[in-house]
Design a protein around this ligand. Sequence first.
Ligand SMILES: [Zn+2]
Length: 253
Amino acid sequence: MAAEKTQAIVIRTFPLKEFHKIITFYTPDFGKVKAVAHGVKSPKSKLGGSLELLNHGTLIFQYRENRELQNVTDFSLIDGFDAIRSDFTRITYGCYFAELVDSIASEGLASPEIFDLLRTTYQFLAHADDVPLLARGFEIKFLDCAGYGPELSRCVHCGSDVQGAANRFGIVFSIRYGGVLCVDCKNRDGAAFTIAPGSCELLKMLRKSEWERFNQIRASTRNHQELKRVLGSFIEYHTERSLKSLKFIENVL
Ligand SMILES: [Zn+2]
């Protein structure tokens, strides 16, 4: 058993008996870490307030190989992202990002890129003018980091360039093949659907833009609907379930 120290963001909490909690962290060094915080709900616990969902801090835990649950020794808060907690829409989206990371990221597979993406997204979330657009940006960037990013420029069946003439009629997107199909291959997937060329270009822009640029990007209602459909279907395909927080956003916000 070794004591390990790493930065971490709390992406899930679950009560365990009266005083304990099972916490899922996302860390840059160990990927997803699931650990028990013993006695954390007791009034005497020094960890009490720090292990809340979305908190970023320094985690010390006892690591044992091949154990499903590790043990939390200490967690000292670096950033509680207070600016998003007072805003219902922003905190709800924040919880969705955490659930998305929890649903796709594998335990024990370290990805500093995913950790940085989550941390910078929470920092920027407080200042985003268009929160659903930021969510689409998070989704495409996260899919890229996790190795599931859709192909947006070349036909996923024959490899030809999907630009030019095809643009006038819209871009055909296949969830199953993982990206765009050219005019010749568009019937390969009966479930493929068409999006406006502008929505495809916007998606490419979200993929490569820094958060600082997001407030300058404008999206039409149609762009919003199409990007939500493309990314939402894509995520559901890869997680093989629908995410609770995404349903909540659709029903309540
Ligand atoms: Zn093709």
